[in-house]
Design a protein around this ligand. Structure first.
Ligand code: NAP
Length: 273
């Protein structure tokens, strides 16, 4: 019987996940299909009942359900517990098992480049759900100090409290307190939505140099203003699509227990732009 997978969220009309997973199924000749299923914020419980009725084999979870889904899960992995959110679910005969692939998906492109994280300092823009997973990921790799800069400073302070609990040294500042010298940071990560609408980065990029790693998790457009400016400074750049790909690969391997067809999935993502 054909196995069905899905991504749930609102909005999901432009999600690349169905394309990525369906391409992988085709490549490996798996009898599976992957759909996008819009579930509005207040309809999560009903939506999940519907998914169970059609015997969904597994699903991804995106905004606004990543935190709310936790209370419907029968079991969660360590990363879900740490981050307090889940984005990948397996359905084992009606029992929902939750995983979180944000953290490993974020780290994967850094590891692929053999970049050292241990003891290095980070400037992290943003304090939302993605930023939280990124702090947890850097913590796992024994980062130096993370400076969290966010438009709403209170949220940066909240994220700092989470970071302290998991043993990472952090500063919490507003976006407007970053200053002009970025050369002391090894990693500069954008985990805000700035760039999605082709806006200019608020960062003073003059002091970025070839020793800096600039990672923009915004994946559409591919070349955000921050990525373009970082390239001009000959920094190492990591694109948002790489995190998306890292997460899709991890979800595939959780569900199917076999190695994901990385190159096909990558080509599918890049073809989507
Ligand atoms: N590549 C990937 O695989 C991947 C994975 C997850 C997320 N993302 C992308 O990462 C971004 C953040 O996702 P999220 O889940 O963390 O969202 P979120 O929880 O809603 O957080 C949004 C963050 O962006 C900031 N922000 C939004 N608009 C801003 C603006 N105009 N100026 C300055 N700051 C602004 C918010 O600051 P305030 O606190 O001040 O509102 C907050 O820090 C999204 O663009 C998402 O598409 C990419």
């Amino acid at each position: 019987m054909t196995k069905t997978y899905a991504v749930i969220g609102d909005s999901i009309a432009h999600s690349l996940s169905p394309h990525i997973h369906n391409a992988a199924f085709k490549e490996l000749d798996l009898d599976c299909t992957y759909i996008a299923y819009r579930i509005p914020k207040e309809e999560l419980a009903d939506g999940l009942e519907g998914l169970k009725k059609i015997k969904i084999a597994g699903f991804n979870v995106t905004i606004p359900h990543k935190i709310a889904i936790m209370k419907y899960l029968d079991k969660v992995d360590e990363d879900c517990n740490l981050i307090g959110a889940s984005n990948t679910i397996s359905n084992n005969d009606g029992k929902l098992i939750g995983y979180n692939t944000d953290m490993d998906g974020f780290l994967e492109p850094i590891k692929k480049r053999n970049l050292k994280i241990e003891g290095e300092d980070v400037l992290l823009l943003g304090a939302g759900g993605a930023a939280r997973a990124i702090v947890a990921g850097f913590a796992k790799e024994k980062v130096g100090v993370i400076t969290i800069a966010n438009r709403t400073k209170d949220k940066a302070v909240e994220l700092r409290q989470f970071a302290q609990k998991i043993g990472v040294q952090t500063n919490a500042i507003s976006l407007y307190e970053i200053g002009n010298n970025l050369s002391s940071y090894k990693f500069i990560v954008n985990a805000t939505s700035i760039g999605l609408k082709n806006e200019s980065t608020p960062l003073p990029t003059e002091t970025i140099n070839q020793n800096t790693v600039v990672y923009d998790i915004v994946y559409m457009p591919l070349n955000t203003d921050l990525i373009k400016k970082a390239k001009e400074k000959r920094a190492t750049v990591i694109y948002g699509y790489e995190m998306l790909l890292g997460q899709a690969v991890r979800a595939f391997e959780i569900w199917h227990g076999i190695k994901a067809p990385y190159d096909v999935m990558k080509r599918t993502i890049l073809g989507g732009f």
